[in-house]
Design a protein around this ligand. Sequence first.
Ligand SMILES: [Zn+2]
Length: 87
Amino acid sequence: MGWSSGGDIFAPVARKMFSVHVSPWRMVGVLLELHDQLHNQDWDTCDDMLQEFPDDPIIRSVLFMGGCIPCRCWEPGKDHKCEEVAG
Ligand SMILES: [Zn+2]
């Protein structure tokens, strides 16, 4: 059973951190922890956050490191040509 409302927690927390200018590496650390905790609660629509925060490198890094998206250039529903260089 999936849970789709993790974004209702993740997005406001992320927005708050942007608004108070948390440094990027701290933001990645905190959001990655939040992402992991929400995943443990069965949050399965984390890729929605790509639409919520388009082209944001911090959010992309978190989603990638959290295993939510297969690579940093992936977009839901789009034809994908990977820009990530292997090795
Ligand atoms: Zn890619």
